[in-house]
Design a protein around this ligand. Structure first.
Ligand SMILES: [Zn+2]
Length: 467
């Protein structure tokens, strides 16, 4: 990993001052009225009061009174393609929902994947996400270059991005859930994943595109694919991602097929480690949590999706107490139609307070940390993003907190987490605006709304959902 470059004094500077600042550093340092100076694509300084005087090359100076500045939000679990299958199978548990939707998903093609990625990215960015991820695992034969289309959409939107190149090779005839025509072969999945890593993965400090190796789940992937994928990722030096311990049905499936629970099964296939993060982890016993903590395996907590599919409440307070890295995810938008991460801060806090730890489960600062630094940790990027500290990349969000929705709430971090979804006045990635006044700066939201509707209708027609 390259060390941050020293600022040479000639870089253009952006100054944001006169706002509340929540740094989410190791001490949770906050400034009721503070400043941040951005030089090039890095944070140069952060502190109390106005920015230092005498700064040169200041190209933009923002008086941010009435705003809260935080690190950009980091999403750690999503399936972009589901943007065009929202609002279907709305009263199902996970397995029934998967069985209902797989035949439709198996019909996606490149224009659909591109439009769905644009829609997913647009709504996340507008809600303060500066680092996105997509776990894409549906690669029907002859569907075109789906990974390339998804990465193109991310680059156009301007957000930092991890594509978790997924795969499925356990079709119905092998005891899995997906129909046979929606799965790849073992060798086909592995070679396509390796090619994606070779083509797109950037290991540099300020990388905009990274690739992870991401077989879908124990009930759609063979044991061989899990084992070989872990070896591939370690040979290439990239991260591993999958779904784990999402529902009681999955737990039962693992016991019946493998004679052990999901965490033991993952351990037996090389899938616990500091280079691994898993979505959900709802059904974890004490020894599962201890294994994740011991191996520094990360978790993407997806509270809305878990509620939508009646999966249960992940034991986030126990995971944090044990030292498990935890980030937040929206999950695919066929199981969380909103697709926003800033509302997940609130949902994570509220859902966890319904569990055994009640009002002590999570507080507003912990929720903000899950959505920022915690996410950076599970994506393996905590040295570069996730907190406001000198030398880190300038991925920042300025939340507008002086409207009627928030102005009377006593504390800005509480207002952000407990209050209504706050508008994003400005979102910077690498010091460059991707959102200004709640509008995307680089892509046309209205055109995306039209193309996602067109592609959703085209998919529904091909899948036989409409006449
Ligand atoms: Zn998922």
């Amino acid at each position: 990993m390259a060390a941050p470059a020293a600022h040479d004094g000639t870089q253009q500077r952006v100054v944001i001052e006169n706002c509340s600042v929540a740094t989410v550093d190791a001490s949770d340092t906050e400034y009721p009225s503070g400043h941040v100076v951005v030089a090039g694509n890095r944070i140069e300084s952060v502190g109390s009061g106005p920015a230092p005087s005498g700064l040169e090359n200041v190209v933009r100076r923002i008086d941010a009174e009435g705003h809260l500045l935080t690190p950009g939000l980091v999403n750690t679990h999503h399936h972009f393609y589901q943007w065009i299958t929202r609002g279907l199978a709305t009263d199902h548990n996970l397995f029934d929902w998967l069985v209902a939707l797989y035949p439709t998903w198996a019909r996606i093609d490149e224009p659909m994947a591109y439009a769905a990625a644009q829609g997913s990215l647009a709504v996340m960015a507008r809600g303060g996400v500066t680092t996105a991820m997509d776990h894409h695992y549906v690669y029907p034969r002859d569907a075109g270059d789906l990974s390339g289309a998804i990465i193109r959409a991310a680059r156009e939107t301007g957000v930092r991005f991890t594509l978790a190149r997924g795969s499925m090779d356990r079709g119905k005839s092998d005891g899995g859930l997906p129909p046979d025509f929606a799965v790849e072969t073992l060798d086909g999945a592995l070679s396509a994943t390796e090619e994606t890593v070779d083509t797109y993965h950037d290991a540099s400090f300020d990388a905009m595109t990274q690739i992870a190796v991401a077989p879908c789940s124990p009930f759609s992937v063979s044991t061989e694919l899990l084992r070989d994928a872990a070896q591939l990722a370690r040979r290439k030096g990239v991260r591993l991602h999958t779904h784990g311990s999402e529902t009681v049905e999955e737990e039962k499936f693992c016991h019946e097929l493998f004679g052990m629970g999901p965490t033991d099964y993952f351990e037996s296939t090389g899938w616990l480690g500091e280079d691994v993060w898993m979505a959900h982890c709802v059904h974890m016993n004490d020894s599962d949590i201890a294994a994740f903590a011991r191996t520094r395996t990360g978790v993407a907590h997806c509270p809305s999706s878990n509620a939508r599919l009646a999966a249960g409440i992940a034991r986030v307070p126990d995971m944090l107490a044990a030292g498990v890295p935890v980030g937040l995810g929206v999950d695919g938008t066929a199981s969380n139609e909103s697709g926003e991460l800033h509302t997940e801060l609130r949902n994570a806090l509220l859902v966890n307070r319904l569990g055994p730890h009640r009002e002590r489960a999570l507080n507003a600062r912990q929720a903000l940390r899950l959505g920022t630094y915690g996410g950076a940790e599970v994506l393996g990027r905590a040295e570069q993003i996730g907190s406001i500290e000198p030398g880190k990349l300038a991925d920042l969000v300025l939340w507008k907190m002086d409207t009627v929705a928030h102005a009377s709430i006593a504390d800005p971090v509480t207002a952000l987490v407990f209050g209504a979804a706050a508008p994003v006045a400005l979102a910077l990635v690498n010091g460059e605006p991707v959102v200004e006044n709640s509008r995307l700066t680089r892509v046309d939201e209205d055109a995306i709304a039209r193309s996602t509707r067109t592609e959703a209708r085209r998919l529904a027609a091909i899948a036989g959902l409409t006449d």
